[in-house]
Design a protein. Structure first.
Length: 383
């Protein structure tokens, strides 16, 4: 298979750099789930569908009653998480079924699980997002969590999905909150890529950073209207931005354009109680923390202005601005320190910032996302 060839060639030639820019094929449209079965059948005849209970029911309604194609389906839940235990169980289920293609249906964790299982078994993977909450349907990356939902590590994959199916009717069935979270996750691409890679002279990284700026502008201009008009053309544009364009940026720019402090803060927060906040909400809050760090450590007034701009935007569309908005209004100093220490672990993406961050500085930034620009960090931790 091409992916195996690329991995083998990369191992033999240290200077070889394989770009995992995009899925091999993207199908998008309204009500296309039933039609997409033909494209899936070109990849294999014994699919195993990985998803949650709700999404597995959706696929059963659309495909199990389809007599045109002789596909032998199996279904398996990824619950409780994209964790090592779930991955082990799903690999065993796929082998028992003799699956020759894995289909991931659902949100980011379901898609990450399906991609990683397919990668480990060297079979094709199809991703079908059920919300606009992340770009996981596009990327050559899977995040692995504990069974309880604490982020552990990510796994770069040998390629993007073989097929991505974006059905707008399916996306529209998701709660509006998921698209709001997707906007938070996607808009982070600009704030993270620009600070980590804004001075790069590499052609593709320059392109990725500029695409991140375009993505930010699309979301600033269209998000409010999209959320007020589900299913409209402007709503589809925002879904395309959160699911597809956000993935393009990580594909073209690579890991250094993908995540910095905002996602590191997200990872830290997963290690403490979160009362139901979702990925993009934590990332959106993490952008404010990153800008606060740039503002207080670097004295960057542009970061202060950007933070105020985002606070206004967040208020308009319902993204969290502070810890209490994430259900963490009563966070203890010990919990805050734990989250900060995870975010600052040696392999954390926060170290792509062009300056060093101490634990106390990160803790102060985490509790001052809405504070006036002149607030002093040490005062915050004492109060």
């Amino acid at each position: 298979m091409p992916n195996q060839f690329a991995e083998k060639l990369s191992a033999q030639t240290p200077s070889f750099h394989a770009l995992t820019v995009a899925p091999a094929k993207v199908i998008r449209g309204a009500g296309i789930l039933k039609e997409a079965i033909v494209a899936i059948s070109s990849l294999g005849s014994r699919p195993m569908i990985v998803g949650g209970d709700r999404t597995l029911a959706i696929t059963q309604q659309n495909w199990q009653s389809s007599p045109e194609l002789p596909l032998d389906f199996a279904q398996a839940s990824y619950a409780p998480n994209c964790s090592e235990a779930s991955l082990l169980s799903l690999r065993a289920a796929a082998k028992k079924h003799k699956a020759d293609v894995i289909i991931g249906v659902g949100g980011g964790k379901a898609l990450d699980t399906a991609k990683l299982v397919a990668h480990q078994l060297s079979v094709p993977v199809v991703t079908i997002p059920t919300s606009g909450a992340t770009c996981a349907a596009w990327t050559a990356l899977s995040n692995v969590y504990s069974d309880q939902g604490a982020f552990l590590y990510d796994v770069p994959l040998s390629g993007c999905p073989d097929l991505l199916i974006l059905d707008y009717d399916l996306i529209q069935t998701a709660p509006a909150r998921t698209l709001v979270a997707g906007i938070g996750d996607a808009i982070a691409k600009w704030y993270e890529a620009s600070v980590s890679s804004g001075n790069s002279e590499q052609t593709l990284i320059i392109a990725a950073v500029q695409q991140a700026r375009v993505l930010r502008d699309i979301l600033f201009q269209n998000s409010t209207a999209a959320l007020n008009e589900p299913g409209s053309e402007v709503w589809r544009q925002v879904v395309d931005a959160t699911v597809l364009l956000a993935g393009v940026i990580g594909g073209v720019g690579g890991a250094q354009c993908r995540t910095v402090a905002a996602h590191a803060v997200h990872n830290g927060l997963t290690h403490i109680s979160l009362h139901g906040s979702i990925h993009g909400e934590k990332v959106a809050y993490g952008i404010l923390v990153q800008l606060r760090l740039e503002e207080t450590i670097q004295g960057n007034q542009l970061a202060a202005t950007a933070r105020q701009q985002l606070l206004k935007f967040y208020a308009e569309i319902g993204l969290p601005q502070k810890l209490s908005d994430l259900g963490l209004g009563n966070i203890t100093l010990g919990e805050l320190q734990k989250a900060a220490e995870v975010a600052l672990s040696p392999d954390s993406d926060i170290h792509r910032l062009p300056f060093k961050v101490a634990t106390e500085q990160l803790m102060a930034a985490m509790i001052s996302t809405t504070a006036p620009a002149q607030m002093i960090n040490s005062e915050l931790l004492q109060n």
